[in-house]
Design a protein. Structure first.
Lengths: 221, 221
DNA sequence: ACTTATTTTTAGTCTTGTCTAAAAATTTAT
DNA sequence: ATAAATTTTTAGACAAGACTAAAAATAAGT
C-alpha cells in the first residue's frame, strides 16, 4: 500500500499536510519552501517528483494538494511521530520539550508491525505529550474541539488540552509557570490595551501575555 | 567527539569492525564489498572518504584498519543496535528472529541521551537477544569465553550462550528444536563421517548436523 | 623469471537532493 | 491597461553514493 519513500519525501508530505490543514487552499511553493527550510526551486523539483508518484496533485503556478495516498502517508508518519513521543516521555522519562527532535528521526523507521506493537505497549494512547491527537492505524484523527485561551471570556473556566507552539522555549516557560496539560484555567481578567490575561491555573494566579494565550489550546468545561 | 556520519558511513565502519575482528589483519576491499553488498569500486571510494575523515587507516592495495575514532564509532553503533534489539524482544514481544532489520534502522538514530535512557529502562542488559555482548557506554565489550559446540568433547556439558548465525532461518530452526539461550547441552555422541552430534538439550535428545554445531556458541559448565 | 589470474583502483556515468542565477507567469499597484 | 513587484519555474551546477568498464598493482602458477 504505502510506498517506500525517502526521509526527505516523507518530510515534504508531512509539511504539505500541516500547511494544507491551516489554509484549506492549495499549498504554495513559497510557504512550503519556508516550512521545509529550502529554496523554492528545490521545492518545485520535489513537488514534481511527488506528483509523478501520485502523492500530490500539482499544477504549475497553482500550488499543491495531497492526493488520498499522499495524505495517508503523511498521517501515518504523524502517527509514528506522536507514538514515539509518548514512548520517550512515558517510558524513558524525557520532558515534553525534549522529545520532538528524536521523534523527527524515529518517525521514519519503516515498520509493518513495529508501530502497532509500540501502540499496544503504550496502551493505545490517544494524544501525544503536547496534546495532539494520535491518528489511529486507519488514519482517522480525532478532532478535538479546542480553541486558544485568548478566545475565552472572563469568568469562564477551561482545561488545557494542547499547545500551538511546541518549541522547547515555550514548553519550558509553561513548566516554570506550572501550567501543564490538564490544568484547570479560569480567566480572571483581560487587559484591554495588550490583550494580556490574569488567570488562575489550578491553585496559582498569574498574568500572561497575548503571545502566550494565543498558544494555549483549551476546552471549556 | 563522535562525528555526524551518514547511515552509509556508519554501516561501513560497522562492517570493517566486524571483519577486522575475525582476521586481525587489514580488511581487504573485496571482503568489505561482499559484506556491504556493493562493488569493490564503490568500496574504494568510500574507504578513501573515511580515510580523509580519519576514521580508517588506508594505504592503496593494502586494505583498511579502523582508527581509534573509527572503532569508537563502530562500537557505539553496535551498542545502539543491540540495545534496540533487547527493547524489541523484551518490551514489544518480538521474537529473536524478527528484530535484526528493525535494529538495523534504529541503530542510526542520533542520540546523546536517548540510548542511555533506553539502557536504564531495560535495566542495563549485558547481552542482546542472540547472546552477543552489549558494549558499555565507554565502548568496552565484555569478552565472554565461548566456543562452537562442534569443539566440545563427548560427555561434556555446556550452556548455550550465543549463535554464530543470526539469520531468521537458523533461529527459527532452533525454536522448533527447543534450543534456546541458556539451554543445557550435553554431548552424547559425535558421528565420525559427517561430524554430526547427538546431544541432550535440557530434557530432549536429538541429532544435529555439523552445520548446526558450528553455529552454536557454548560455555562449558 | 615470466606469464596468468586476481584484486584493487581509476575514469566516467547516473540518481537524489540541494543550490544559484535567470526566465516566465502571476499578482499588485498605478 | 500597463508597469512593477512577487512568486514560481527552468537551466545548469554540485556533492553523495552507487554503478560499469578499463587500467594498474599484486599474487599465483609454471
Ligand atoms: Mn513533535
Ligand atoms: Mn522527519
Ligand atoms: Mn542484529
Ligand atoms: Mn545499519
Amino acid at each position: 500500500m504505502l510506498k517506500n519513500l525517502s526521509h526527505t519525501e516523507e518530510n515534504y508530505l508531512k509539511a504539505i499536510f500541516s500547511l494544507s490543514n491551516k489554509s484549506e487552499t492549495a499549498v504554495s511553493t513559497n510557504e512550503l519552501a519556508e516550512k521545509i527550510v529550502a529554496k523554492p526551486s528545490s521545492v518545485t523539483d520535489m513537488v514534481q517528483k511527488l506528483a509523478e508518484k501520485k502523492l500530490v496533485d500539482y499544477k504549475k503556478y497553482q500550488g499543491v494538494y495531497l492526493t488520498s495516498n499522499g495524505r495517508k502517508t503523511a498521517v501515518s508518519i504523524i502517527r509514528n511521530h506522536r507514538l514515539w513521543e509518548v514512548f520517550l516521555v512515558e517510558k524513558l522519562d524525557f520532558k515534553w520539550d525534549e522529545v520532538h527532535d528524536f521523534a523527527e528521526q524515529l518517525e521514519h523507521i519503516k515498520s509493518d508491525t513495529l508501530i502497532e506493537r509500540l501502540d499496544a505497549f503504550l496502551n493505545f494512547p490517544t494524544h501525544d505529550p503536547h496534546g495532539d491527537p494520535i491518528p489511529d492505524k486507519n488514519g482517522n484523527i480525532a478532532q478535538n474541539l479546542r480553541e486558544p485561551l485568548s478566545n475565552i471570556n472572563i469568568g469562564s473556566t477551561c482545561t488545557l488540552v494542547g499547545v500551538n507552539d511546541s518549541s522547547s522555549k515555550f514548553l519550558k516557560f509553561l513548566d516554570k509557570s506550572k501550567i501543564k496539560l490538564g490544568s484547570t484555567i479560569k480567566v480572571l481578567h483581560k487587559e484591554e490595551f495588550d490583550n494580556s490575561m490574569h488567570i488562575q491555573v489550578d491553585k496559582n494566579k498569574l498574568s500572561i501575555s497575548h503571545q502566550i494565550t494565543k498558544n494555549l489550546l483549551v476546552k471549556i468545561i
